[in-house]
Design a protein around this ligand. Structure first.
Ligand code: KIV
Ligand code: NA
Length: 266
């Protein structure tokens, strides 16, 4: 798709219905992102999410997903103790979860793991720029690659990960010019989130896109729908209808044969 100049549309999914939606609406790559931690499970950070929790959701998405390429995020801590540990975690995501590829956050420190996974046939998507799993040590969620040394370290990391076998790379929260420069400097597709319009594709978090997330809205988020407003309207109306005995009506209720009913009353 990169070679053909066809933009790649990637979107997160966290359960069977969102997986089905990605399948039905033409998403190219479905990502079970560890943003799952915040948008579905109410944690304050992705670093809280365990591999078992991730697996539970990957399985649900996989049941509803055939066509899009299905990538699962490797949770914080599941690939940091070394390549062996990384392999065991990635194998679980593929074998038990049904993922087709895995994504991990980081740079050159991951090249050995990426090489090993790639060699054994597990496609790896890299993730550089803003790394949410390192939000504590990077003092929050900030745009990366604004100065020369940060920009060259992101470029160097991307090249190293490509060399190690990564099939694609997510570029998160970097200046558009750097997104464009990196996209032109590597052969693998770049998938941007806050990396400007020149990357090979884009990715968004489901809840940001459809408007079911009420928390912080990053600069790079566009709310393509306002599902929250529709949920609110429906639920408020339902509660009111119950209280006012407007629900259910006759057509929403089961009838009975009048003769039999008279028997029953005797
Ligand atoms: O966890 C996630 O949703 C992600 C994407 C935003 C790239 O990593
Ligand atoms: Na993620």
């Amino acid at each position: 798709m990169k070679e053909a100049g066809t933009p790649i549309a990637m979107l997160t999914a966290y359960d069977y219905p969102t997986g089905r939606a990605c399948e039905s609406y033409g998403v190219d790559v479905t990502l079970v992102g560890d943003s799952l931690a915040q948008v579905c499970l109410g944690y304050d950070s992705t670093t809280r999410l365990t591999l078992d929790e991730m697996l539970h959701h990957v399985r649900a998405v996989a049941r509803g997903s055939k066509n899009p390429f299905l990538v699962a995020d490797m949770p914080f801590g599941s690939y940091h103790a070394g390549p062996e540990d990384t392999i065991r975690s990635a194998v679980r995501l593929v074998q038990e979860g049904g993922a087709e590829g895995v994504k991990l956050e980081g740079g050159e420190e991951l090249t050995e793991s990426v090489r090993r996974l790639t060699r054994m046939g597990i496609p790896v998507m890299a993730h550089v720029g803003l790394l949410p799993q390192r939000h504590t040590s990077s003092s929050g969620y900030r745009v990366q690659g604004k100065d020369e040394s940060s920009a060259s370290s992101i470029l160097r990391a991307t090249r190293a990960l490509e060399d190690a076998g990564a099939f694609a790379v997510v570029l998160e929260a970097i200046p558009s010019k750097l997104g464009e420069y990196i996209s032109a400097s590597v052969h693998i597709p770049t998938i941007g989130i806050g990396a400007g319009p020149a990357t090979s594709g884009q990715v968004l978090v489901w809840d940001d896109l459809v408007g079911t997330w009420n928390g912080h809205k990053a600069k790079f988020v566009r709310r393509f729908a306002d599902a929250n407003a529709e949920h609110r309207r429906g639920v408020l109306d339902y509660v009111d209808a119950v209280k006012q005995r407007r629900f259910p009506n006759e057509s929403e209720s089961y009838g009975v044969d009048e003769e039999q009913w008279q028997h029953f009353l005797k």
